[in-house]
Structures are given as C-alpha cells and as structure tokens.
Design a protein around this ligand. Structure first.
Ligand SMILES: Cc1cc2nc3c(=O)[nH]c(=O)nc-3n(C[C@H](O)[C@H](O)[C@H](O)COP(=O)(O)OP(=O)(O)OC[C@H]3O[C@@H](n4cnc5c(N)ncnc54)[C@H](O)[C@@H]3O)c2cc1C
Length: 464
C-alpha cells in the first residue's frame, strides 16, 4: 500500500491523550493562597516532585500549578519508553562522567524500580510492562558501535544479551535487521498519559492542591516568600520546584541552555492476531534502531504499533508553536520507513499522527540547580529521554530545596551545567549544520565529518 494512503485517515492528535480515561480538568486558581512548596508544571517532573514531597513529609502544604492540562505536553504524548538510564544512554554517560557511571546506573535502575513500585502502590493503570529494550542494527557499521556498548555494559556488570541476525529477527521479524542486543532490565513500557493522570490522582489523594489552566506569569522574590503570580491569584510559597520543561523559563538563565526540538510519531490500528504473528514480538520489548537518525517503536496494550523518531526538527528561531506539532513531510517519511521495516504489514493503517516538543540541551541529559538562596530548584534538559529520569530529577529538586547534601546532589552530573547554546542566528545555523552532518554520517557508514568531530571534542552535540 502507498504509505500516504495508510496515513490518509490518521487523526492529527496524540494517540495517548485521545482516551476515554482522560479526567476532567481541575479548577484554575481563583484567589491568593500560601504553600510550603509550589510546584510549577504538570508533566512528569512536576507531578513526581509534588507527590514525593508529600511522601517525604505528609504535613507539607503543596500546590501544583499547571498552565494548561496535566500531561498535555511531552509527558502525555511520548513513546512511553521508561528508560533506566539517567544519562541519555550508557555511552553518553560514560563519555561525560566515567568515574561515576556505576553509581549513575545503579541510581537509574533503582529509580525505575521505584516507578514500578509507585505504579503498584497507587494502583495506576498505565499498562506498565518491564519488557526491556531491543537495540537493533540495520547496517553492518552499526554493529561495531554496538559491540563497544555491549563490552562497556559487561564491564559494569550490566546484562545485555547480544543477538545475531537470526536471533534478533526471531524476537522481532524485520528483513532490515542485521543484529542487535536486548537490554532486558533497563526499560519499561508505559502508557504515558495514563501515568500522568494516575500521578495526578495520587497527588490529590495525598492532599496536593492541583490547579490546571493556571499559568505562572512570573515569580517575585519578596524575601519572606517566593510569590508565583498567575492570572487570578498569587501563591506565596516558602519554596518552589520548577518542572516547566522546554517552555518559557521562569528563571531567565535557563534559556541559554535549552532549545525546543520537535519529535514526531505515528500510531497504527490494532494488529490482528495473524499480523502480530507475522512480526513475532512475543516479548513485547521496546525497539530502537541505531543510526544517528533513529526510530523507536513499541506495542500498545491492544497491539497497535507506535512508530516514532527519525527527524528531530529545530525550527529556526527556536519558537514553540501548535502548528509545529504536525509535519506531513516527516509523517510520510515515517510511514515509508514503517513498511520498509515491516513489509508483511502491508495494508495496516495509521489512526493517529502527532508531534511534540522536547527540551534539548547540549549534554543530552538533564541538568539541575537552584536559585534565590536555595528556595527555588529546577531540573530540565531531558532531551527526549525523560519519562523515567524526571522522577530522579524531581528527587534532586527536593534534595536541593531541603539543603542537605545527598548521594544525588553530590554527583558531578548534578553539580555541573551543560555548555550553553550560542545566541541566534548562530544557534540555528549551528544546529542545522549538525542535523545535516548527522544525516550524512548515516549515509556514509557512520563516518563523522570535521564539524561533528569538533563538536565531539568539545563535548557538544544535538540529539533527541
Ligand atoms: C514525541 C515525543 C516522544 C518521546 N518519547 C520518549 C520516550 O519514549 N521515552 C522517554 O524517556 N522520553 C520521551 N520523550 C521525552 C519525555 O516525554 C520528556 O522528557 C518528559 O515528559 C519531560 O517531562 P517534563 O515534566 O519535564 O516536561 P513536560 O511534559 O513538557 O511538562 C512541562 C509542563 O510545565 C507546564 N508549564 C510550563 N511553564 C509553565 C508555567 N509558567 N506555568 C504553569 N505551567 C507551566 C507545561 O504546560 C507542561 O505541562 C518524548 C517526547 C516527545 C515529545
């Protein structure tokens, strides 16, 4: 089937958010109030921060302010890969923080375990499945890089199962695969919107006051309190946690470190039993391929395939606009790649197509900090891998606000900041040059040109 025909009836909205489980919005803040802790942002960062603040101290007066609806942004529209890595993958972590990678991997796995425990404890129905991730190579040159990753993982005692061509195809049947490895323990699949809505319910049950459609316009430091000004009321809070992702930062300095990058995805209709049998996929792993421009894909509870990634688009000027959430050129490419990967699924149709914005920083993994004499903390910059890591980041924010050093706050990863992006128009020119170079490297057996090698040496880059 022509890929465009398969897309013809796809709705232009995120599949996960288009669900009967979506709760009614909570009322907006209509008058002034006070709080011990005000959390800004109702994505995973803010939700975990509010929830865990109450878990740490049930008597704390916690308010969460969300500018639109809980989980409407990246948190409710992502691939749903809850990955243990806190460093956007082992290779990036090893490159940047080799001396603490063992600790970072241990903390990342504990964080993922604790997400599973919280899902169970609060009875959150988010189709949580700890299936691990299958990393597949589609070109021989990718196998060399894979061997390095597997070797490094083994030295750290992490169990990665190497699969040859036939073994990987026995897991998931695609004629494009030439090998791969299965990281069995490092990833869980979730329905992200249901996780966000479940966390909202858990917050309410513990007594967090959640206000939706309540954007914080600015924060004033009045010495006695931090005053969060919203259209209809001000919250006077002792402390503030910012989980505002890539949006206009309430702390000006953050804008130098973050760029909005759009990532796109498709969802198929549910596969029939015969269609699913033709792909295999009995172990239901999340799958990622291994070029610089990579795809990620997975099954849903009702056996649809979510298929996303490849193009990571930076729109010159770095604006965030609703119209950027749809990009037909990218959807057509994704649909074509889907049928190249699974020719046996010819005839399957897509029901949803959407995009979303991620908070990219130059080190690809979140950075953390505080301001206003330790009364405001932030964690941002997850660069497309924040489903699980945001919970770690929320814990770091609470640690920083408590003012007591912890294992987390002592990490070099937590203390250091990424290199800032240059101002526009150099920023756009540099990012587009990098995107072009990465696409070329994929066409030339992974060979990195002078531009990429220079960025590598500076510890800079662009990813999603
Ligand atoms: C298409 C796509 C696929 C992805 N796939 C994956 C994946 O499979 N695995 C993975 O790990 N990661 C993935 N990610 C990234 C992941 O979704 C994010 O890293 C994570 O959700 C970030 O959560 P957050 O809470 O920090 O930010 P967000 O979810 O963006 O939430 C920030 C919230 O803050 C609110 N806000 C901002 N400013 C204000 C203000 N002034 N006042 C009030 N509220 C405010 C916003 O309205 C928003 O709701 C993907 C992202 C996208 C877009």
């Amino acid at each position: 089937m022509d890929p465009l025909k398969a897309l013809a009836d796809a709705e232009r909205k995120p599949y996960w958010l288009d669900s009967p489980a979506k709760p009614e919005p909570l009322p907006r803040l209509l008058k002034d109030t006070t709080a011990d802790l005000a959390v800004v942002g109702g994505g995973f960062s803010g939700l975990w921060a509010a929830l865990m603040a109450k878990e740490r101290d049930p008597s704390l007066n916690v308010v969460l302010l969300e500018g639109r609806g809980i989980g409407w942004a990246a948190s409710g529209r992502n691939g749903g890969f809850a990955v243990a890595s806190l460093t956007h993958g082992l290779a990036n972590g090893l490159e940047r923080w080799p001396e603490e990678i063992t600790t970072l991997e241990r903390l990342g796995r504990a964080n993922l375990d604790e997400i599973g425990e919280a899902v169970g404890r609060y009875g959150i129905d988010c189709a949580y499945e700890r299936t691990g991730e299958l990393h597949v190579a589609t070109e021989p040159w990718q196998l060399d890089e894979m061997r390095e990753s597997v070797q490094a993982a083994r030295e750290l005692g992490l169990g990665y199962d190497v699969l040859d061509r036939d073994e990987v195809r026995a897991e998931v049947n695609s004629p494009t695969y030439v090998g791969g490895y299965w990281e069995r323990d490092g990833c869980a699949m979730i329905d992200p919107a249901r996780l966000a809505w479940g966390l909202r319910r858990a917050c309410l049950e513990l007594g967090v006051r959640v206000y939706e459609n309540t954007p914080v316009r600015h924060i004033r430091d009045s010495r006695a309190t931090m005053d969060l000004v919203t259209p209809r009321g001000t919250v006077r809070a002792a402390k503030v946690a910012l989980g505002t992702g890539v949006f206009q930062p309430l702390l000006r300095r953050l804008k130098h470190f973050l760029v909005p990058v759009y990532d796109y995805a498709l969802m198929t209709e549910p596969l029939s039993e015969e269609q699913l049998a033709s792909v295999g996929w009995r172990n239901r792993q999340g799958v990622g391929d291994s070029a610089n421009q990579f795809h990620y894909y997975r099954l849903t509870a009702d056996n649809r395939i979510l298929w996303g990634g490849y193009d990571a688009v930076y729109y010159n000027g770095g604006r965030i606009k609703p119209e950027y959430e749809q990009r037909d050129e990218t959807f057509a490419k994704l649909a074509e790649h889907f049928f190249t990967t699974f020719p046996q699924l010819d005839g399957v149709r897509f029901t949803h197509r959407w995009g979303g914005v991620i908070d990219t920083c130059s080190r690809f993994s979140a950075f953390y900090g505080h301001a206003h004499g330790g009364r405001l903390a932030y964690a941002v910059g997850y660069t497309g891998l924040g489903v699980a890591a945001t919970r770690f980041g929320a814990n770091v924010m609470l640690d920083l606000l408590a003012g007591e050093p912890t294992e987390r706050t002592e990490l070099r990863m937590v203390r250091e900041k990424p290199i800032p992006f240059p101002p526009e128009p150099v920023r756009s020119a540099g990012i587009q040059m990098t995107r072009w170079s990465l696409a070329r490297a994929d066409l030339h057996e992974g060979r990195r040109n002078l531009w990429l090698r220079t960025l590598d040496r500076m510890g800079l880059g662009f990813d999603s």
